[in-house]
Design a protein around this ligand. Structure first.
Ligand SMILES: Nc1nc2c(ncn2[C@@H]2O[C@H](COP(=O)(O)OP(=O)(O)OP(=O)(O)O)[C@@H](O)[C@H]2O)c(=O)[nH]1
Ligand SMILES: [Mg+2]
Length: 333
């Protein structure tokens, strides 16, 4: 699969309140355990893209951070901008609600803005883990966005029906092909795109694209560097160390070559890791290094080369990955 085919795929954005199971659903739809799932609010921050194939159609799927009505801190405010960017780009929107909870004020506010957006929206009542709970979906008719679809992302219930509904709302000429006999008789659930199976630990589209992992200690300036290259707020930047959590893939073309830049969570000393979510982040950063062709190791010039930087460089060298050392915050030296 080349990047140009990806560009043409319809985009499905997953949005909703914090902790309703958006990332769990994203992982189900894309058939991979890529997005970080954790029982805490506000885990996902940046936009996180993946590809999926269902019923013979291909999609780009984007997971987003939880929607908050009154974001108080800088990161939360920037998260909301990232959600808006995903919704602007979307061809269809999955509005995920907690099927076992009452409709909240935030749910209603989101529903209202989604109606105004005028794009196809499907209400996904998640966390309905068994047949008895399924009837709880009826509560969500009150959102005024049509038939709520009962799903259990954790138990993989209802995901196939959801994706069938997605194909229907997207319509278009390819949709007719989607109902060809071989697609109905085959088992379509979460089938992976060709080449994707190998890519989990392999190098997706290595022939067309150079993978560049941007790594370093927390707050070294990795995300700022990526935004500067792209000249847009693609990833969230804040002064809080540990802002980036997932390893975020960003496509980038320069002088006729295609690159996949991977913004990663900063690697701090093991002793400094206290929150469980950071362990997930570290695992994803290490994977990004293993999969990279080149690692740009960002070192904060105001702090100089620390032991932790040497460990990061050592790990990249062990993996046989090319290394570029970049000194950031040079203006402060
Ligand atoms: N019982 C049940 N739990 C679920 C289901 N889907 C998600 N969860 C749990 O809900 C919690 C939050 O899941 P996430 O997928 O991280 O939720 P999110 O909406 O992405 O959360 P933020 O990124 O923080 O906004 C985790 O503990 C999940 O295991 C489901 O279908 N059933
Ligand atoms: Mg999430």
């Amino acid at each position: 699969m080349t990047r140009s085919t990806e560009k043409k795929m319809p985009v499905i954005a997953i949005c909703g309140r914090p902790n309703v199971g958006k990332s769990t659903l994203f992982n189900r739809i894309t058939g991979k355990q890529r997005a970080i799932v954790h029982d805490e609010e506000g885990i996902t921050r940046d936009r996180f893209y993946g590809t999926a194939a269902w019923f013979g159609r291909q999609f780009r799927v984007v997971d987003t951070g939880g929607i908050m009505e009154n974001p108080v801190d800088e990161i939360s405010r920037k998260m909301q901008e990232q959600v808006m960017a995903a919704l602007r780009e979307a061809d269809a929107i999955l509005f995920v609600v907690d099927g076992r909870a009452e409709i909240t004020r935030t749910d209603n506010v989101v529903a209202e803005s989604l109606r105004r957006l005028g794009k196809p929206v499907l209400v996904v009542a998640n966390k309905l883990d068994n047949a008895v709970q399924e009837s709880l979906r009826l509560e969500f008719y009150a959102l005024g966005l049509g038939d709520p679809i009962p799903v259990s992302a954790t138990h993989n219930r209802g995901v196939e029906d959801l994706m069938r509904a997605v194909c229907e709302v997207l319509g278009g000429p390819e949709a007719e092909g989607a109902w060809a006999e071989e697609n109905i008789s085959g088992v379509p659930s979460g089938e992976l795109l060709e080449g994707d199976v190998a890519s989990e630990e392999g190098r997706e589209g290595a022939d067309v694209l150079t993978r560049v992992a941007v790594v370093g200690r927390p707050n070294a300036g990795k995300s700022s560097f990526i935004n500067a290259l792209l000249n847009e707020e693609r990833v969230i930047v804040s002064t809080v160390p540990g802002t980036t959590r997932d390893a975020i893939d960003v496509e980038f073309s320069w002088q006729g070559r295609n690159y996949l830049l991977v913004d990663t969570a900063g690697l701090r000393r093991k002793a400094g890791i206290r929150k469980e979510v950071e362990k997930f982040s570290v695992a994803r950063t290490l994977r990004a290094i293993r999969q990279a062709d080149v690692c740009v190791v960002m070192v904060d010039a105001t702090e100089g080369l620390a032991d932790q930087d040497k460990r990061i460089i050592g790990y990249a060298m062990e993996q046989g990955v090319g290394i570029v050392l970049a000194w950031t915050k040079w203006d402060l030296v």
